[in-house]
Design a protein around this ligand. Structure first.
Ligand code: SAH
Ligand code: TYD
Length: 405
C-alpha cells in the first residue's frame, strides 16, 4: 500500500495513464533507445484530500541544465506576473527594506519587477540554463532546490523574508513537508506566503487531465493546502481564482492567528465539499470522463487522417506529453508540433517522437487543422495566427471537450 505524501494515510490509485516519459524531456533521435518512462498513476487521499501521483521521477531528471520551459515565451504571462508582483508589493511590502524570496523563479519573469522597483529579492532556481537568463538580467538567483535546509541557509545569510512567492512550482515538490517547514522558518512572524498552481476544481470540471504529468506531483485544493500548512503553524487567509493555466488558484497564507481569514477562503472550502472534491466517487467519474475524452480526441484525428487532411500541433507543452502518450498519438496522426522555444525546436516530443519545429514552418505551409496544445494561451496565439484562421484553417481544442473552431 502506498502512503499519502502529506498525512501518511494509505492511498490507492483511481486512474493509471500508463507509462509516461519526462514531460519536458524533448529529445534527439540518438536518445530514443534509452528514453526513461515511469508508471503514471494518481490517487486521492480520503483523509487530507490531497490528489497526488503515486510515483515521480527523481527531481534531477526533470530540473537540470537542459530544462525546456522558459517562462518568458508568453507575453500574457509576463503581464500576469507583473500584476501578481504589484499586488504583493502594494498589499504586503509596506515596511522599510522588504525582502522577497521566490522559488521556481525560472528566467526571472516575476522577480524582474521587484528588481526594477529596487526591492531586495532572491530567486531559487535549480535549472541552471533558465536561471542563467535571470542572472544575466541582474536578478539575484541561487541555482539550487529549495527545501528546509536551504531555507535555514537563506535566513542565516539574509535574515527572514517579508514575502515568499511562487507560481507553478509548489505542486512540483513531493518533499512538501520540507518545503512548508522551510517556509515557516523563512518568513517573519508577520510575513506572507503567496503562490498559485493549477486548481484541482478546474481539472475535474474541465476534464483537463493533461495537467497531470511527472512535474505535477500534486493537484491542490484550498482544503488540502490548508491541511498541510496548519501542520506547520500557518493557515490559508485568502484565495483568488486565476484564469492562467486553464484555471489556477492563488493561495495567500500567514502564520496562524496573524491575519483575518477572508470569507472567500472559507466559502471556497465549503464549495469544494459541495463539488465533491473530497468524495471518492468524483474521481471514479473523472476516470470515466478521461477515458471518453481520450477516445473522442483520437477518433477525430483518425477520422481526419482517413479524409486525407493534414493535422499539426501548436505549442509543445508538457501537458501535450500526457495527451499524446495516454492516447497513443504519434507522427502518423500529428505531422509536427510548432513552438517558439529554441531549445525544443529540432527535437522530438517525449515518448511519441513527433518533430518539434519553429513557428515559421507552420506559417510557411499551413496544415488544414492544428491542435492547440497550448490552449491556455489561446487568446495570445490565435491573435498571432489570424492569417491561418483567415485562410480557412481550423483549430482543434480538447478542453473542456473535444471541439473544432
Ligand atoms: N514560476 C515560473 C516557472 C514554473 S516551472 C512560471 O510560473 O512560469 C517550475 C520551475 O520550478 C522550474 O524552473 C524548475 O526548475 C523549478 N523548481 C523545481 N524544483 C524546485 C525547488 N525545489 N526549488 C525551487 N525551484 C524549483
Ligand atoms: P505552457 O502551456 O505555458 O506550458 P506547460 O504545459 O509546459 O506548462 O507552454 C506553452 C508552450 O507554447 C511553450 O512551449 C511556448 C509555446 N508558445 C508558443 O509557441 N507561442 C506562443 O505564442 C506562446 C504563448 C507559447
Amino acid at each position: 500500500m502506498k502512503k499519502c505524501l502529506i498525512c501518511n494515510s494509505d492511498i490507492s490509485p483511481f486512474i493509471s495513464y500508463g507509462d509516461m516519459p519526462i514531460a519536458n524531456g524533448f529529445l534527439s533521435p540518438d536518445k530514443f533507445q534509452n528514453e526513461y518512462f515511469f508508471h503514471m498513476q494518481v490517487a486521492h487521499c480520503e483523509n487530507c484530500s490531497m490528489v497526488q501521483l503515486i510515483e515521480t521521477p527523481d527531481r534531477e531528471m526533470m530540473f537540470n541544465e537542459n530544462y525546456a520551459f522558459f517562462s518568458g515565451t508568453s507575453l500574457a504571462m509576463k503581464q500576469h506576473f507583473k500584476e501578481f508582483a504589484e499586488d504583493v508589493n502594494k498589499r504586503f511590502l509596506n515596511n522599510q527594506d522588504p525582502f522577497v524570496v521566490e522559488i521556481g523563479s525560472n528566467d526571472g519573469i516575476m522577480l524582474q519587477n521587484f528588481k526594477e522597483w529596487g526591492i531586495r529579492h532572491l530567486g531559487i532556481e535549480p535549472s541552471a540554463n533558465v536561471a542563467k537568463v535571470a542572472m544575466e538580467k541582474g536578478i539575484n538567483t541561487i541555482v539550487d532546490f529549495f527545501d528546509e535546509a536551504l531555507a535555514n541557509k537563506i535566513v542565516a545569510e539574509n535574515g527572514q523574508a517579508d514575502a515568499f512567492i511562487a507560481a507553478n512550482v509548489m505542486c512540483h515538490l513531493p518533499y512538501f513537508h520540507s518545503i512548508v517547514a522551510g517556509i515557516s522558518k523563512l518568513i517573519k512572524k508577520t510575513g506572507i506566503v503567496v503562490f498559485e498552481d493549477p486548481y484541482l476544481g478546474d481539472v475535474i470540471e474541465k476534464i483537463s487531465y493533461d495537467q497531470i504529468y511527472d512535474e505535477h506531483t500534486f493537484l491542490f485544493s484550498v482544503s488540502s493546502i490548508n491541511f498541510i500548512f496548519k501542520e506547520h503553524g500557518m493557515e490559508v487567509i485568502d484565495v483568488i481564482h486565476q484564469e492562467t493555466h486553464g484555471g489556477s488558484m492563488r493561495y495567500i497564507i500567514g502564520h496562524k492567528g496573524e491575519r483575518d481569514i477572508s470569507k472567500e477562503a472559507i466559502q471556497q472550502m465549503s464549495k469544494e465539499n459541495s463539488l465533491g472534491l473530497n468524495n471518492p466517487e468524483t474521481y471514479i467519474q473523472f476516470r470515466q470522463n478521461c477515458e471518453s475524452s481520450k477516445k473522442l480526441f483520437k477518433n477525430l484525428l483518425v477520422d481526419l487522417k482517413s479524409q486525407g487532411k493534414t493535422v499539426a500541433g501548436y505549442g509543445a507543452t508538457s501537458k501535450s506529453t500526457t495527451i499524446l502518450n495516454y492516447s497513443d498519438i504519434g507522427p502518423d496522426l500529428i505531422k509536427y508540433i510548432c513552438d517558439n522555444t529554441p531549445i525544443k525546436q529540432g527535437k522530438y516530443s517525449p515518448g511519441k517522437h513527433i518533430p518539434i519545429v519553429p513557428i515559421e514552418t507552420f506559417r510557411g505551409n499551413y496544415p488544414e487543422y492544428v491542435v492547440l496544445f497550448a490552449y491556455n494561451h489561446a487568446k495570445e496565439i490565435m491573435e498571432k495566427e489570424k492569417e491561418f484562421t483567415a485562410n480557412g484553417g481550423k483549430w482543434i481544442l480538447y478542453v473542456p471537450n473535444v471541439h473544432i473552431i
